[in-house]
Ligand binder design. Structure first.
Ligand SMILES: [Zn+2]
Length: 91
């Protein structure tokens, strides 16, 4: 068995993704670039409301899907040590 790289569902070895939408989401997610300074600003200098506002503006400025951008920012924040990995993402 293998795992879908986007949703982590188990899939057959012969498949790369579990669905077409996972494949599209996966490559969109890779395409999203988040500057380190942006991460630093929203996590060190913004409260939760300001961070939310920054994320909304960032998504609309670059025409990225908000849910994917949130996922990417979350992953980056964990990677950069701004937040702890929540239990639910280890499912
Ligand atoms: Zn999937």
């Amino acid at each position: 068995m293998s795992h879908c790289p986007f949703c982590k569902k188990k899939i057959a070895m012969s498949k790369a993704f579990c669905s077409r939408s996972c494949k599209e989401n996966y490559f969109q997610l890779i395409a999203i670039q988040i500057p380190k300074l942006f991460m630093k600003r929203i996590y060190l200098f913004c409260d939760e409301n300001e961070r939310e506002q920054e994320i909304l503006e960032f998504a609309s400025r670059h025409h990225w899907r908000l849910d994917l951008l949130r996922t990417k920012i979350h992953n980056e924040a964990v990677r950069m040590g701004y937040i702890d990995e929540p239990a639910e993402s280890s499912k």
